[in-house]
Design a protein around this ligand. Structure first.
Ligand code: SAM
Length: 327
C-alpha cells in the first residue's frame, strides 16, 4: 500500500506488516527503529552464527526435506533467512524460531507478506512444542481423537547446543516426521556411528532409537560466513521410534516420550571409560545386575558403546522385570 507524507519532501512511504516506513534511500531514513534496520546486525559468535553463504547449498538442504507443500516446517535458527526464503515459497506453514532479537525482527519484516510464515523470537530449547503442535481447546472433547500432524524440521543448527536441540526434538518425537540438519562433521559422525565404533555414544544410541540416520553431504568451512574452523555435514533423520519393536514402553508422557530407557542409556554411558558394570552398579542391586547381564548375554566388563540397541534394551528389560511393573 503506498501513500505520501503530508510534511517535508514528498517521499513515497509504504505500510508493511502494519508499520509505516519510508522508501527513501537508506542513508536518508529517519526514525527507523534500530531493530528493523536492514543493516547487517553485529555478529554474535556465542550464538553459533555461521551463516550459509550459498543459495545453491541452501536449496539442496531445503530439497532434502521433500515435498512440503502440504506440510508444517519448523526452522531452527533462521538467521539471515537463506533457508527461510525458499521455504516460505514452498511450505504450507513455516514456523521459524530465532533467538537473536534483531535477526528475528528483520525476518518478520522481510517475510511479513507471507501469511504462511511465523517468526518466533525464542530460544528453541524453551519452545513449548505441545502448544505449537499439540491439541488445542475444543480438540479434547470426548469423541475427538487428536492426532498431531507431524512437522518437518530444518536447520543449520547453532553448534553450541546441537545435542540439546536433538534430545529435545526426540523428547517430542511424536510431533516430528523428518529432520534435515546441518551440524559439525564430527557431530554427524557421532550421530551416525555404528555400535562398537570409536564415535558411538549416548547421542548415537538416542538418535538411532528415534530415527534412521542418513548422511547427505558435507560442506567446507568456506560455505559459511564467517567460516567456522570445521567442516559441516547435512544429515536427514527420518523419525521412526523403535521403542515398541525393542519391547520398551513408548513412554508417552503427555506430548513427551521420555521413558526410563533414555535414563538407563544416560547411566550406561555416564563415564565412557568405565565398564557397564561400574556405570550401572550405582543404581542397581549387584545380584540383580549380575543376573540381568547374564540374561542379556552381556559381559560385565563390556562397555556401553559395544552394545547394540537390541542388547541395551534386553538388558534394560531384564533389570526392570518385576521391578516397576513392566515385564
Ligand atoms: N539458518 C541460517 C543460515 O543457515 O545461514 C543461520 C544458521 S546459524 C549457524 C545458527 C542460527 O541459530 C543463528 O541465527 C543464531 O542466532 C540462531 N540461534 C542460536 N541459538 C539459538 C537458540 N537457542 N534458539 C533459536 N535460535 C538460535
Amino acid at each position: 500500500m503506498m501513500e505520501y507524507s503530508m510534511a517535508g519532501p514528498k517521499l513515497p512511504r509504504a505500510i508493511h506488516a502494519g508499520q509505516l516506513f519510508s522508501l527513501a534511500p537508506e542513508e536518508k531514513r529517519v526514525n527507523v527503529p534500530k531493530v528493523v534496520s536492514t543493516r547487517r546486525p553485529q555478529l554474535k559468535p556465542k550464538l553459533g552464527q555461521h551463516f550459509l553463504a550459498s543459495d545453491s547449498y541452501a536449496l539442496q538442504i531445503v530439497d532434502a526435506l521433500g515435498d512440503t507443500a502440504q506440510k508444517t516446517v519448523l526452522e531452527i535458527g533462521p538467521g539471515r533467512g537463506v533457508l527461510t526464503s525458499p521455504l516460505a515459497k514452498r511450505a504450507r506453514r513455516l514456523i521459524a524460531v530465532e533467538i537473536d532479537r534483531v535477526l528475528a525482527a528483520q525476518l518478520r519484516l522481510r517475510f511479513g507478506m507471507f501469511p504462511n510464515v511465523e517468526v518466533i523470537e525464542a530460544d528453541i530449547l524453551s519452545v513449548d512444542f505441545d502448544s505449537l503442535f499439540g491439541p488445542k481447546p475444543g480438540l479434547r472433547r470426548p469423541g475427538i481423537e487428536f492426532k498431531p500432524e507431524p512437522a518437518k524440521v530444518v536447520g543449520n543448527l547453532p553448534y553450541y547446543i546441537t545435542s540439546e536441540i536433538l534430545l529435545r526434538l526426540f523428547d517430542y518425537a511424536k510431533y516430528f516426521e523428518t529432520l534435515v540438519i546441518l551440524v559439525q562433521r564430527e557431530v554427524a559422525d557421532r550421530i551416525a556411528a555404528e555400535p562398537g565404533s570409536r564415535d558411538y555414544g549416548l547421542l548415537s544410541a538416542t538418535a538411532q532409537l528415534y530415527a534412521s540416520v542418513e548422511r547427505l553431504f558435507t560442506l567446507p568451512p568456506g560455505a559459511f560466513a564467517p567460516p567456522p574452523k570445521v567442516h559441516s555435514t547435512v544429515l536427514r533423520l527420518t523419525m521412526s521410534p523403535r521403542q515398541r519393536e525393542l519391547g520398551l514402553s513408548d513412554g508417552t508422557n503427555g506430548g513427551r516420550s521420555n521413558d526410563g530407557f533414555i535414563d538407563f542409556l544416560k547411566l550406561s554411558f555416564a563415564q565412557k571409560r568405565k565398564t557397564l558394570w561400574n556405570n550401572l552398579k550405582s543404581n542397581y542391586d549387584e545380584a540383580r545386575l549380575r543376573a540381568a547381564l547374564s540374561a542379556a548375554k552381556v559381559k560385565p566388563a563390556a562397555r556401553a558403546e559395544t552394545l547394540s540397541l537390541e542388547q541395551s534394551a534386553t538388558l534394560y528389560r531384564a533389570l526392570h522385570a518385576n521391578r516397576d511393573g513392566s515385564s
